[in-house]
Design a protein around this ligand. Structure first.
Ligand code: SF4
Ligand code: SF4
Ligand SMILES: [Zn+2]
Length: 148
């Protein structure tokens, strides 16, 4: 996990399906996936940039530095991620604020580590993009956590 993959909103782009698709070159493996290099590396926020001027202009490294934190936008996103994707942007940001980015990265490595092969598990579907691709291939629609 790399620091530049932690987006201002608290998302860890390193566990996003679009990042992992790129990292593991899934197009070459027969998947029709979108690639994304991550919010900061590609210089484009996937969610907030158009809606939040501060993030759009790159004025804030992390949302907790904003006086409106956690704003309505962030709360809406956070609610969706808590419900479906086993993570919370607000919790991530509070952890980073309190403990620093290094400790957060260590925690993330542990959290998303595949016990089978040591690869990275995706927050959007719960699959390891090294050893879990068969399952992803079998699904016609989007696969999500815990579906058999
Ligand atoms: S799509 Fe969004 S969350 Fe995923 S890697 Fe890109 S910027 Fe990050
Ligand atoms: S917390 Fe502040 S910087 Fe972050 S999205 Fe909301 S308004 Fe923008
Ligand atoms: Zn694995």
């Amino acid at each position: 996990m790399r620091e530049e993959l932690i987006a201002p909103c608290g998302m860890n782009c390193g566990v996003c399906s679009s990042y992992l698709a790129m990292e593991n070159d899934l197009k070459k493996k027969g998947f029709g996936k979108t690639y994304c290099a991550g919010c900061l590396p590609r210089g484009k926020d996937c969610y907030h940039a158009k809606r939040c001027e501060l993030l759009g202009k790159g004025n804030v490294r992390f949302c907790y530095q904003c006086r409106d934190f956690p704003c309505k936008l962030l709360k809406t996103l956070d609610k969706r991620y808590r419900a479906f994707y086993h993570m919370s942007m607000i919790e991530n940001l509070e952890f980073i604020k309190k403990n620093g980015i290094e400790r957060f990265l260590e925690k993330e490595v542990e959290k998303w580590h595949c016990p089978e092969c040591g690869g990275v598990i995706c927050c959007h579907n719960g699959l390891c993009y090294s050893c879990g691709l068969e399952k992803l291939k079998q699904k016609k629609r989007k696969y999500r956590w815990d579906e058999s």
